[in-house]
Ligand binder design. Structure first.
Ligand code: SAH
Length: 213
């Protein structure tokens, strides 16, 4: 089976899990095979995380889909992603926000950030900016954001990320160490924090990240 067919099978499976049409369309447009290392390409449309080097992984497609579903991304939105990894998840969000929107994505590992820039150049995304730095502090320069997506597990919600979220904005973030839960944060006069499901992410590093000895 070719990549297109494998991708269609994967999308059909995700559809059964209540993923919305716009998110399925975005997943369909992004060639995941261009975001994984050569030796992993044949698994590109398996619904699992895959190694991208440096002990890090590209998230499983269903996890990207669930997070995008919860965020309810609309055209023209400004989005912050913490943890670029391969750049795949950023590309899916870039499809959702469209040319009139923008995705700023922060990666703390210089080599991964460089790889992601190359992956995004190959796949011709022009509405994504990759920044090397500590995303646990957010990215003040382009704040506030309509949506924030965090792809590494934090010990608790980093206060700068709440500050940098627009009123009415939404954020998804995994919280915990060995056992983690995905949270949806909706910022309003009274910020709502809802637990959504159990997940497994690599640890968030940096100032508001996990203390790793
Ligand atoms: N969304 C990615 C997968 C992310 S894996 C994809 O689609 O491929 C999590 C990433 O978060 C790793 O690359 C890791 O290096 C990065 N990371 C961990 N702590 C970080 C921090 N404080 N700031 C920025 N990136 C961080």
């Amino acid at each position: 089976m070719g990549f297109d067919e494998l991708k269609r099978d994967l999308i059909t499976k995700l559809k059964r899990h209540g993923i919305k049409r716009d998110v399925l369309d975005a997943l369909e447009k992004v060639p995941r095979e261009h975001f994984v290392p050569e030796e992993e390409k044949r698994y590109a449309y398996h619904d699992t995380p895959l190694s991208i080097g440096m002990g890090q992984t590209i998230s499983a497609p269903h996890m990207v889909a669930i997070m995008c579903n919860l965020l309810e991304i609309e055209k023209g939105m400004t989005i912050l992603e913490v943890g670029t990894g391969s750049g795949y998840h950023a590309a899916v969000m870039a499809e959702l926000t469209g040319e009139e929107g923008h995705v700023y994505t922060v990666e703390c590992n210089e080599e991964l950030a460089q790889n992601a820039i190359e992956n995004l150049k190959k796949t011709k995304y022009t509405n994504i900016t990759v920044i090397t730095g500590d995303g646990s502090e957010g990215l003040k320069e382009h704040a506030p954001y309509d949506r924030i997506s965090v792809a590494a597990a934090a010990p608790e919600i980093p206060p700068p990320l709440i500050d940098q979220l627009k009123e009415g904005g939404r954020m998804v973030i995994p919280i915990g160490r060995e056992y983690q839960e995905l949270y949806l944060v909706t910022k309003n006069h009274k910020t709502r924090i809802e637990k959504k499901c159990g997940v497994a992410f690599v640890p968030l590093r940096g100032r508001y990240g996990q203390k790793i000895c």
